[in-house]
Design a protein around this ligand. Structure first.
Ligand SMILES: Nc1ncnc2c1ncn2[C@@H]1O[C@H](COP(=O)(O)OP(=O)(O)O)[C@@H](O)[C@H]1O
Ligand SMILES: [Mg+2]
Length: 221
């Protein structure tokens, strides 16, 4: 891909469009489906209480349990679509939340280590960093069967460094090869685009006992 400022700006605009679209879909899902689902569940709970001892009791019970299941999956989907906690509380809280999620649902023991003020970073960069770490953790479990991960962020006045270590299996090719490989997904490409959009550097490295992702982003004073 051609590297130029113009190209990077286009990529950044494109990523912002995608993120805005995801945010709109998340709001819509939350407002439209979420409210109706809550109404159905409340009605089913009422029916459940009133149908005690009657034939309709198991039906009411299964409606309650099904709506609970949909509620849980919708919550996870909303979380993936758009991390609203990032808008409300910033990158540090959003990362803690992401890592608690990875621990609970993916069995990945996570540790977060932050130096510097993440709140001072541009909002769009915070979202890009969140997405990069989200993809790195998912890949670590999905492809590397990792059980432990460590995320380090180091923000100074003119540079932001991000490191993600995991104890999974090693990458079997270079990053460019993995990205070009036809059967591969778009996760690594997304990481590369986000780094490029912010004029950063990206390195994936195999370690003796896992994989390390490093990115650094120049910051303006
Ligand atoms: N942490 C990792 N450990 C081992 N292999 C990885 C890791 N991350 C990515 N890969 C390899 O790179 C490929 C592309 O990853 P990605 O672009 O995220 O697509 P997807 O996750 O949808 O397969 C994966 O199919 C896998 O072979
Ligand atoms: Mg992936």
């Amino acid at each position: 891909m051609k590297h130029s400022l113009e190209n990077d700006t286009l990529i950044r605009q494109n990523l912002m469009l995608i993120e805005n679209e995801r945010r709109d879909i998340a709001f819509e899902l939350h407002n439209e489906i979420g409210q109706n689902l809550t109404a159905i569940r409340t009605a089913a709970q009422l029916m459940h209480r009133q149908s005690e001892g009657r034939q309709t009791h198991p039906v009411a019970e299964s409606i309650v349990s099904l709506t609970n299941q949909i509620h849980t999956s919708m919550h996870r989907l909303l979380h993936r679509l758009h991390p609203s906690i990032l808008d409300k509380f910033g990158l540090f809280d959003a990362l803690q939340d992401l890592m608690a999620f990875a621990q609970e649902y993916m069995g990945l023991q996570c540790h977060l280590d932050v130096m510097g003020d993440l709140d001072a970073l541009p909002k769009d960069l915070q979202l890009a960093v969140y997405r990069i770490i989200q993809e790195a953790l998912t890949n670590a479990v999905r492809h590397g069967q990792a059980t432990e991960a460590e995320v380090q962020l180091n923000a100074s006045a003119n540079i932001l460094q991000v490191f993600v270590y995991n104890n999974g299996t090693q990458l079997d090719s270079d990053l460019d090869v993995l990205i070009r490989h036809q059967s591969s997904g778009i996760g690594l490409l997304g990481i590369q685009h986000r780094v490029q959009a912010w004029h950063g550097d990206l390195v994936f490295k195999n370690l003796d006992d896992g994989v390390k992702l490093s990115c650094s982003f120049p910051l303006e004073d």
